[in-house]
Design a protein around this ligand. Structure first.
Ligand SMILES: Cc1ncc(COP(=O)(O)O)c(C=O)c1O
Ligand SMILES: Nc1c(O)cccc1C(=O)C[C@H](N)C(=O)O
Length: 398
């Protein structure tokens, strides 16, 4: 694959080494052009855009059309993915639908301590709304043994947002199925980061965001996948008018739409979908196997150089633990170290209580970036640059 050509498709600010594409991907150059085109369609077509926008295809069909483009990246068949709303909403929708499928006999939603708080809050809220059941949260290594007959839904984020630890999706799905457990996977840190095969794994539901590795921009819409065999049995939980079988009949009662369309909720975010559509063009030339190989090469290069040059930074994971496309390190002064690095133009991020997190995105990073980032980090550590007050003052966000 031509990595240089791929990198050329992104706007990357001068003097910045961006190791935070796992939180907010950089902007593909095609995005503002495409968003501008769609704004012109809005200006000229007005409401006719729903039917005639997108060069004639209409904006209304975008959630499914763009869902199909994401499907390829997660090993899903056409017609199994739709896009819109935020990831937190999609998590709620998937877990609620999964609980309904699992039936009332079982009560436990099982998750792990590496899951993102919003996912846990959503499940906790659902359980309390239903007035039955419980959310059970175990350490990541204990998930397999916690798959008991009491569990109705297994809800996991495949790659831990803090440590980068990666669950074996196929093995956990197999074990869950053997016990009649419905599975929900959050692929926020997987889609576009490494190969994912929801079909081979037999996942029931998968959700993910598009503003990280898929580079669709801040607030970009989320996606949801439903296993084809379940689609006509699923009750969408958030029964919005655009998930109705006949939205424009404006019937008073709800009738679920066909297949994945029933997971649609309300009006599609057209401008953000235009950004996503353009961002997905970059992926047309990407082979996921080669991407994974390069991601491991770049992150491995970083991890071993840091181990050699920065002995006080402890890896968050043992070397033999499978990880996503990030490297996480621990240090009690993690926040200040990350701030000192950002001041030097190396952007990573910090996650409480002590994690320095670095994402490696082969679409726009090179070996030279990795080596320069390590050199900066080594200097920050050797000179104890992080001890300066200006780096220790915490901001409220990110
Ligand atoms: C794994 C995971 N789940 C859920 C979320 C929440 O997504 P959103 O803010 O788009 O609802 C995030 C990131 O914010 C995440 O990393
Ligand atoms: N979604 C975010 C946002 O709206 C603002 C700041 C950060 C984020 C994030 O994506 C955080 C992210 N889920 C994480 O992995 O930590």
């Amino acid at each position: 694959m031509d990595w240089e050509a791929l990198r050329g498709q992104f706007h990357l600010p001068k003097g910045v080494i961006y190791l935070d594409g796992n939180s907010l991907g950089p902007m593909p150059r095609a995005v503002p052009v495409r968003v501008g085109d769609v704004m012109e369609e809005w200006a000229d077509l007005l409401i006719r855009g729903w039917n005639e926008g997108d060069g004639g295809g209409g904006w209304m069909g975008w959630p499914g059309r763009i869902g199909d483009r994401i499907a390829r990246l997660i090993g899903a068949a056409e017609g199994t993915v739709t896009v819109g709303d935020t990831l937190s909403i999609r998590v709620y929708q998937a877990v609620a639908s999964a609980l309904h499928l699992a039936g009332p006999e079982r009560a436990v939603v099982l998750s792990d301590e590496g899951n993102f708080p919003s996912d846990l809050y959503m499940a906790e809220g659902l359980v309390s709304t239903l007035g039955r059941g419980e959310l059970r949260v175990v350490p990541p290594e204990a998930v397999m043994d916690a798959l008991t007959e009491e569990v109705s839904v297994l809800m996991l984020t495949q790659v831990d947002y803090r440590t980068g630890r990666m669950h074996d999706m196929a093995a956990l799905d197999r074990a869950a199925k053997a016990k009649g457990i419905v599975t929900v996977w959050d692929l926020a840190h997987s889609a576009g980061a490494h190969e994912v095969d929801v079909t081979a794994a037999g996942a029931d539901f998968a959700v993910g965001c598009t503003y990280k590795y898929l580079n669709a921009g801040p607030g970009a819409p989320a996606f949801i996948y439903v296993r084809p065999e379940l689609q006509d049995r699923v009750r969408p939980a958030l029964a919005g008018w655009l998930g109705h079988a006949r939205p424009f009949a404006f019937e008073l009662g709800y009738a679920p739409g066909e297949g994945i369309d029933r997971m649609r909720v309300g009006t599609p975010p057209v401008l953000q979908l235009a950004a996503l559509d353009a961002a997905l063009d970059v992926w047309d030339a990407v082979d996921m196997g080669q991407l994974r190989a390069r991601s491991l090469a770049l992150s491995g290069r970083f991890a071993s150089a840091v181990a050699a040059r920065c002995p006080t930074l402890t890896p968050a994971l043992a070397p033999d633990v499978p990880r996503g496309s990030q490297v996480s390190l621990r240090h009690p002064e993690g926040y200040a170290i990350v701030q000192a690095l950002i001041a030097r133009g190396v952007i990573g991020d910090f996650r409480a209580p002590d994690i320095l997190r670095f994402g490696f995105t082969p679409l726009f990073l090179s070996e030279a970036d990795v080596d320069a980032a390590v050199a900066h980090l080594a200097e920050v550590m050797e000179r104890e640059e992080y001890a300066q007050d200006r780096f220790r003052t915490r901001r409220a966000v990110t």
